[in-house]
Design a protein around this ligand. Structure first.
Ligand code: GUN
Length: 292
């Protein structure tokens, strides 16, 4: 059997960031300002701190303005909501991202719902979830949109394909299912209570694994030739591993994303894309989304 195409998310994301930077330069000429992305970090969770630092660096490298707010871990809800209100009202801010998870004293849903949906570049606001579900213009969560871009690099049309999403989170699983439905796939959403996961996965032309359980999806389950997108980033004693048992899946799949270097690098690139699109809408400057 021929072995799988390894989908190079790192290279794809680098290309996307270059194309974004080109359109950021045009935006800056036309609008007379840079697109602005505000990132809010509450507390000092080490993984979140790393992500926020990477987002700031990537934002600046794309020619955008990065506005970072770091609040102490014991920040109360009213203080965070007041900051969100300030960012909603700031004309230089096109995108607002409040890094999750938030400390226990804060109601994350209340914070997400306080963000102006038209600055919600994470696509987490219920208005944007509803827009995605009904097929109208809004913001799509970054990780699932990045997964879709990688899939379309392999299959320009996904129409009629059987897709299985393993995981039902608001951040990845549910929006991923909506995106695949929008591409006319036949979509199954599997999760921790699914019976006969092996059989469900085995019917799929497309498998998107986003459960956060190392190696949950076994290579022997994969239908020969299927495209496998692994969203998992799990730290184990042996290093970073995905939700798919890679070594066995790679010999059956037609295409597969590695971990690391697959989906991971796409998330920040899509965040920059969403921020540029937001800036374009807010300033009435045309952004060519087909070139992104
Ligand atoms: N935490 C992990 N991933 C994300 C993300 O995409 N957005 C936000 N806001 N927090 C996260």
């Amino acid at each position: 059997m021929t072995s799988a195409t390894i989908i190079d998310g790192k290279a794809f994301a680098a290309g996307l960031r270059t194309r974004i930077a080109t359109q950021v330069a045009t935006f800056r000429e036309k609008a007379g300002r840079a697109p602005g992305l505000a990132v809010v970090l509450v507390g000092e969770d080490p993984a979140s701190s790393v992500y926020v630092r990477s987002k700031g660096k990537a934002t600046r490298e794309a020619g955008m303005e990065s506005i970072e707010h770091r609040l102490p871990a014991d920040t109360d809800q009213a203080t965070l909501l007041a900051l969100v209100a300030q960012l909603n009202a700031d004309p230089m801010v096109d995108g607002i991202l409040v890094q999750l998870p938030l400390p226990g004293q804060i109601d994350a849903q209340a914070v997400i719902q306080a963000i102006d949906p038209d600055k919600d570049v994470d696509g987490f606001h219920p208005v944007n979830a509803g827009r995605l579900a009904t097929g109208s213009e809004g913001f799509v969560p970054c990780t699932p949109l990045g997964c879709l871009m990688l899939l379309k690099s392999i299959h320009p049309s996904l129409s009629g394909m059987d897709a299985v999403v393993v995981g039902r989170s608001n951040i990845v699983g549910k929006p991923m299912a909506q995106l695949l439905l929008g591409e006319s796939c036949t979509v199954t959403v599997a999760h921790s209570r699914t019976r006969n996961l092996a059989d469900v996965v085995g019917r799929a032309d497309i498998v998107v694994a986003a459960v956060g359980v190392p190696g949950l999806v076994k290579g022997e389950w994969i239908k020969p030739g299927a495209s496998v997108i692994d969203v998992g980033i799990n730290r184990t004693e042996t290093g970073l591993v995905g939700d798919v048992e890679y070594d066995t899946a790679v010999s059956r799949a037609g295409a597969i994303t590695p971990v690391p270097g697959g989906v991971g690098p796409m998330t920040i690139a899509v965040l920059l894309r969403n921020t540029l699109v937001s800036a374009g809408r807010r300033e009435g400057v045309a952004i060519d989304q087909t070139a992104l």
